[in-house]
Design a protein around this ligand. Sequence first.
Ligand SMILES: [Zn+2]
Length: 417
Amino acid sequence: MRDKDLYKQILGIQSPWMVTEVELSMTAGEVTVHVEHDSEVRPTCSHCGAPCPGYDQRSRTWRHLDTCQFKTLIVAAVPRVTCPTHGVVTVTVPWAEPGAGCTALYEALVLDWLKEASIQAVARQLSLSWNAIAGIMQRAVTRGLARRQVASPTRIGVDETSFRKGHDYVTVVTDQKKGHVLHVAEERTTSSLASYYDTLTEGQKAELESIAMDMWPAYIKATLDQIPEAERKIAFDKFHVAKYLGGAVDQVRKQEHKALMGEGCDDLKGTKYDWLTNLRNLSRKRQCTFKALRASTLKTARAWAIKTLGMQLWHYVSRTWAEKGWKQWYAWAIRSRLAPIKKVARTLKKHLGGIRNAIVLQASNGASESMNSRIQGLKVRSRGFRNKGRYIQAIYFHFGGLDLYPEGVRGSMTHST
Ligand SMILES: [Zn+2]
């Protein structure tokens, strides 16, 4: 008798449900708690809440949090009712979501573990099947996406992230202010990004202030197609421009290093990193040698100076000044007689509108960039994903800022791990 009361308390079982029996199997290390619906109380339809005549009962089992290190199961005969409006309906139980094989609290425990470890690891730890854990994760993401408030992000970033080696990508849209992933789509095509815009209302599309991206034609096209005033909103951000210019500096260095070595001069040997990194990242000693290199008449030093000045354009906040600064910079770059620099300068000129937008709107794809590395980190920790669907789901699970917990466990989590 005392066991029943204890488990009633532990499980939070309330009328019309009651604990009828608690079975302890020492050999199996299991506690089975039998729960029944009060036969005096008419069960209610789970759709409309109307008390209805019973139809039949079905026995179901749920895994619950361990009690005193015993694996704990809830077993209940769940009534089905005949509702005049909804027909034959299974009554909902307060401890689990419909169709779930574990209680809501147990699911919450699994979700907490999943935030820290892979599906395989969680399955092993909790002695459940891979499919059971993957199912809990999948339901949580579906639940979280359904619950998500229709947010109106104003500053978004679009980036591609690789799924497998080679040209296999997914497109990730990030809320630049909140740092959450808003949308994940397969490939990196026009329709990948269009599938995100399709989820927005016309009003929300108009409310977008900036869309930071790489100079990737498919993303540009999707945005021009669907977003009003896209020409003023598309922003080719600093990080991507820096990447292009950095690439050009590196090409100049490689060519020059080869030529110098031919003449028996190894001035550029081992300096690759110096030219590409932020000055602050260099040691005091390296800074000194690098200072001398920068001041030299080397072509690489010239390329580096052009890159550095180009990046300083981001300090301008007015369109006019950004314009003037740009013109001067472009003239210098194009007269530099450095082919890789000239090539990048022409690419940038072609995309000048978007670069100016990025400067004036102070739009940066920094949130997308850091999201990209977090996603790649997740991929390494998870040792890859079985398929793209799982990959996309994991991105939403970890980075979607979603409310993942089952109903009844939300807000006031009653367990702690
Ligand atoms: Zn009903």
